[in-house]
Design a binder for this molecule. Structure first.
Ligand code: ZN
Length: 436
C-alpha cells in the first residue's frame, strides 16, 4: 500500500466527518460494508466465533470487535483506542443575536481550542438535530450544511495597533460568527435554517419541529497535501480523526484470527466524563456482554494489550525551546511513544518495549516523547481505559504541529506509518503473555 492511496482515503474520511457523530456514522458505514454486524445496547447480544460486530452509543462513541476465538482465558484481546471529538465552536441552544444590521450565532468553546485560527475562516455547520415527528415520536438526524455559512471577522489592525503583540480573545464577546445581514423580522432563525436543511437532506422525513440540536462549526477548506514535495498534510480534526481512521482501517484489514477490539470514545477534549467518554461504562459493558463470567473476563483482560492512539507534538522549528531537547519529535519519522512520569500517559517500560518490538517487526521507526519539566503535560484516553479495564497500555500517536488549531499539520507518511504498526499488532500471532 502506498501513502498516496492511503491519504486519499483519509481525506475522504475527514471530509465526511465534520463532527464526532459523522465520524462514527462514517466508520459504521465502512464496518457494515466489511461484514461487521451492528449490535444494539437495548437488545441481548448473540455473539459467535469468527464474526465481527460493532455497537454505537449516543451517536458519538463506537466499539467494534472481531471474535477470533471464544477461548477467552487463553486469548486476550488486541485493543485499540482513539477519540472521535476535536476542539471547536459549538452553537448555543438559543443562538440568534441581532444588532447593527447583522444576524449572528452565539457559540460556546468546545474543548481546549486554539481560538485565533478560527477568525476569518469560511465556516459551515454540522451535527445532529432531534426532531418531533408527525406521530409525536422523536427522531435524531445528522445534518451537514456543507456550504460556507459563518465568518468570525478579525478586528482590523487600525483599531488595535498592539494586535501582533498582545491580543487576548474574550470568547463571549469576540467569537460570535456572522450569519447574515438582514432585518431580523424577515429572517428565519437558526432553528428554521436547520429545519430547511432537514427537508433538503431528508425530503422523505416528516418532521414537524426541531426540539434540540448539537451543532458545531467547522472549516470548509478541504484537507490538502502541502510542501514542495507534498511532505505534509494540512487539515482540520487530525486530532484525533487520524487515529480513528487508522484504527478503522486496521480493524477492516487485519489478518489472522486474533480477538480484536477498537474503542472510539467521544468527549476526550472535555475530560472524558460522559456516557460516551473514556470514563463512561461502554468499554467495560462491552466486555461484560462478551465474557459474562467474571473470572474468565478478568483473565482475558489481564492477557490483553491496549494501544491508545492520539496525536503527539512534533518539534516546531520556530519554537524549539518548547520541546525537551533530548526528545525532538519529527514529522514523517514514525509513530511517537508518549511517556510521562506522573502517568498522564499510561506507557511504561514494558508496554513501550512491546510497541517498539511490534514496530520493528513491521519495519516502522518509532520516536519517544516526554514533555519538558517546566511545562504541563497533556493527557489522553490511555490512562483512563487502563485504569477502568486493568489492561497493559501504551500511548502512541502520529506526530503533528498546531494541535487544537482549526487546521493541524502532520507528515504525509505519518498516517500510513502508524497504520502499518497497528495493523501488524492486530495481525500478529501472539500477544505477550498469551498462551501458545
Ligand atoms: Zn487528542
Amino acid at each position: 500500500m502506498n501513502a498516496q492511496a492511503f491519504n486519499e482515503d483519509f481525506f475522504t474520511f475527514l471530509t465526511s466527518s465534520p463532527t464526532p457523530f459523522h465520524a462514527v456514522a462514517t466508520m459504521a458505514g465502512r464496518f457494515v460494508k466489511h461484514g461487521f454486524h451492528q449490535l444494539q445496547e437495548q437488545e441481548a447480544w448473540t455473539l459467535t466465533e469468527g464474526n465481527s460486530y460493532f455497537v454505537i452509543r449516543e451517536d458519538g462513541a463506537l466499539i467494534a470487535f472481531s471474535i477470533g476465538s471464544t477461548d477467552y482465558v487463553k486469548k486476550g484481546f488486541r485493543l485499540l483506542g482513539a477519540h472521535s471529538d476535536s476542539p471547536c465552536l459549538q452553537i448555543k441552544p438559543r443562538p440568534d443575536i441581532t444588532g447593527q444590521g447583522f444576524h449572528q450565532v452565539g457559540v460556546e468553546v468546545y474543548g481546549g481550542a486554539l481560538l485565533n485560527p478560527w477568525f476569518d475562516r469560511a465556516l459551515s455547520v454540522a451535527g445532529r438535530v432531534c426532531c418531533r415527528m408527525g406521530d409525536n415520536s422523536l427522531q435524531t438526524l445528522l445534518l451537514d450544511l456543507q456550504r460556507p455559512l459563518l465568518i468570525i471577522p478579525s478586528l482590523a489592525i487600525h483599531f488595535d495597533r498592539e494586535a501582533n503583540k498582545n491580543h487576548p480573545i474574550n470568547a463571549q464577546q469576540h467569537l460570535t460568527p456572522l450569519l447574515s445581514q438582514v432585518a431580523a423580522d424577515t429572517f428565519p432563525d437558526f432553528t428554521a435554517i436547520l429545519m430547511e436543511q432537514v427537508s433538503r437532506e431528508r425530503p422523505a422525513i416528516e418532521a414537524t419541529e426541531i426540539l434540540g440540536f448539537d451543532m458545531f462549526c467547522y472549516d470548509t477548506q478541504p484537507p490538502c497535501l502541502i510542501g514542495y514535495k507534498d511532505e505534509f498534510i494540512n487539515a482540520g480534526r487530525l486530532d484525533n480523526l487520524l487515529s480513528c481512521f487508522v484504527g478503522m482501517r486496521a480493524m477492516l484489514e487485519a489478518d489472522g484470527n486474533g480477538n480484536r477490539m477498537f474503542i472510539c470514545n467521544n468527549h476526550e477534549e472535555t475530560g472524558s466524563t460522559s456516557a460516551t467518554g473514556a470514563l463512561g461504562s461502554l468499554p467495560l459493558a462491552a466486555f461484560e456482554r462478551l465474557i459474562p463470567d467474571v473470572q474468565s473476563r478478568q483473565i482475558c483482560l489481564s492477557r490483553s494489550f491496549f494501544i491508545s492512539m492520539d496525536n503527539a507534538h512534533g518539534v516546531h522549528p520556530n519554537f524549539t525551546d518548547k520541546s525537551d531537547p533530548s526528545h525532538h519529535i519529527l514529522l514523517n519519522h514514525g509513530p511517537v511513544i508518549k511517556m510521562n512520569a506522573n502517568q498522564r500517559y499510561a506507557t511504561n517500560s514494558i508496554s513501550k518495549a512491546f510497541f517498539q518490538l511490534l514496530a520493528k517487526e513491521a519495519g516502522v521507526q518509532t520516536q519517544e516523547f516526554v514533555m519538558r519539566n517546566d511545562m504541563a503535560c497533556g493527557s489522553t484516553i490511555g490512562p483512563l481505559i487502563a485504569a477502568r479495564l486493568g489492561v497493559r497500555t501504551v500511548d502512541v500517536g502520529a506526530p503533528s504541529l498546531a494541535m487544537h488549531s482549526i487546521r493541524e499539520t502532520t507528515g504525509s507518511q505519518d498516517p500510513l506509518l502508524l497504520y502499518q504498526a497497528i495493523r501488524h499488532f492486530l495481525s500478529r500471532e501472539h500477544l505477550p503473555g498469551e498462551t501458545r
